[in-house]
Design a protein around this ligand. Structure first.
Ligand SMILES: [Zn+2]
Length: 495
């Protein structure tokens, strides 16, 4: 299944403290420039063709300007201006816009000019992130392949302080894997192929791989996952359990869980055309979990990490589960089925309960779970739920620092459960009106995660955003990898 994996994201990044010379400029296909707003005249004069740049910039002070220098190589340029107090998200967005003009060029220079050392590092960080994201080519199945033109070499000039390049490269690889897998068509990335692909990836990366297939899950009593999988034509759905165990490890187990619905028809409660069209993306959460594991692994982070992927289709057919079925999950909780399109929480219920048995110090799940999350937040941010109240504010800050912004919703309000009371089972799967469904989904999932386990649930509203988001140029964003790496770096207050 290695043919379904993305090609290597190869880009050489070189840096120097030296200024960009005329001879160096001639070696570049394109130069990316970021400057702070209100750049002094003496600073402008240090840029190549500064009269031209200054004139264009005056004409459009807040936009991205681009063109070609009059040097021998007619090197292209694009320049963006960073406003004072710009957020990380705004810097990444500007970097994406500046990088767009260079996305088909091979050798690209980077200049963050006129900043203090710390601000220069964040400006460089944004440009490097945007260049890496732009070089990650998505699957193309055209019978005549297009020439693969992308940034292959990045040269950073006049660098006073470097951003963490190794981290950004690892994150970019993780994000690339997530975006690539989520883009694959559903007849290629079906449950069987997905499990096979993850097995091949695990072998390549040195992770242990275990597939809990139909029979094992029956033995474990994982009725909620199996209810979703029972109309799966290949009977090849399953829960994949990966383990990353570096030589040096310390601290508690980190567990990542992802929703991997390879295609979501809605099931018996069939979706209409518009809502079904992009439902091959409903495995996005599992791809993000996998992308996080890849980034962690590439960085060689010294901690034990488990990854659990709930992989299935949600299909129609005479085998499919239906409203008013009563299902028993592996922790004994009985569920009254209300709507078969709420399959994500069913598949995650058993997966979370199984993953929780290893008592992780932190468990994070990623899922494209609810439409109400998008109605509440749009596709610019993702919703986050924590079973530790005092984590809400730090989580907002981590989101801001990463440029992948999250917003917390209540998880602790017990009165929500009254609406999920079932006359026949322990809990209803969801409500009938869908109002606040992202909160009810989180309350539902809480029944499968013991309170003793610190847990974050991310409803990935921002997994798809038209025109790209922050530094990511494609509609499928791979949102979550960068946020998670920032979270692991910053840490959360005591549980
Ligand atoms: Zn669904």
């Amino acid at each position: 299944m290695t043919e379904l994996l993305p090609p290597k994201l190869s880009m050489t990044i070189r840096h120097t403290g030296n200024k960009l010379s005329r001879a160096e400029l001639d070696k570049l296909d394109h130069l990316l420039i970021l400057v702070p707003k209100g750049l002094a005249a003496t600073s402008w004069s240090q840029l190549p063709s500064h009269e031209l740049l200054k004139k264009l910039s005056r004409r459009d002070p807040d936009g991205v300007i681009s063109g070609r220098f009059a040097n021998a190589a007619a090197t292209g340029f694009s320049l963006g201006v960073i406003s004072p107090g710009a957020s990380v998200f705004e810097k990444l967005t500007l970097a994406r816009q500046v990088t767009a003009a260079a996305s088909r060029e091979s050798t690209v220079g980077v200049l963050a000019h006129g900043f203090g050392a710390g601000d220069q590092a964040t400006a460089l960080d944004a440009l490097v992130s945007a260049a890496l994201a732009s070089a990650a080519r998505m699957p193309s199945l055209k019978s005549t392949p297009k020439r693969d033109r992308r940034i292959r070499s990045l040269r950073l000039f006049a660098v006073a302080e470097l951003p963490d390049l190794k981290r950004r490269q690892a994150e970019a690889e993780g994000n690339y894997l997530a975006r690539w897998l989520t883009t694959l068509p559903p007849n290629q990335l079906d449950s069987g192929n997905y499990c096979g692909l993850v097995e091949a990836l695990a072998k390549r990366e040195g992770w242990s791989y275990k597939l809990l297939g139909q029979k094992e899950l029956e033995k474990k009593g994982a009725g909620a996952f199996l209810a979703v999988a029972q109309a799966n034509p290949g009977r090849d759905a399953g829960i994949v359990h990966l383990k990353y165990r570096p030589k040096k490890t310390g601290g508690e187990l980190l567990t990542l869980v992802g929703k991997g619905i390879c295609f979501d028809t809605g099931g018996t409660n069939l979706k209409p055309h518009d809502s079904m069209l992009d439902m091959h993306e409903d495995m996005g959460g599992s791809a993000v979990a996998l992308g996080c594991l890849l980034a962690i692994s590439r960085l060689g982070l010294p901690r034990r990490v488990d990854c659990w992927l709930a992989i299935s289709e949600n299909m129609i057919g005479n085998q499919a589960y239906k409203p008013q079925d009563v299902i028993t999950a592996c922790n004994g909780v009985t569920i009254q089925v209300i709507h078969t399109d709420a399959e994500g929480r069913m598949a995650l219920a058993d997966t979370l309960a199984l993953a929780a048995r290893d008592k992780p110090g932190l468990m994070i799940d990623y899922a494209t779970l609810t439409g109400s999350c998008i109605r509440g937040l749009t596709t610019r941010l993702s919703a986050i739920f924590a079973n530790r109240d005092h984590w809400r504010e730090p989580l907002i800050q981590i989101g801001r620092a990463s440029g992948e912004r999250v917003w917390p919703f209540p998880l602790d309000e017990k009165d929500f459960d009254q609406t999920l009371d079932s006359p026949i089972a322990d809990i209803k799967q969801c409500t009938t009106d869908g109002m606040g469904d992202h909160i009810y989904a989180a309350r539902f999932l809480r029944r499968f995660v013991p309170d003793s386990i610190p847990w974050l649930h991310i409803d990935l509203g921002a997994s798809s955003h038209k025109g790209g988001l922050a530094h990511i140029p494609t509609q499928i964003t791979g949102f979550g990898v960068r946020f998670t790496l920032e979270l692991l770096d910053a840490g959360l207050p005591d549980k």
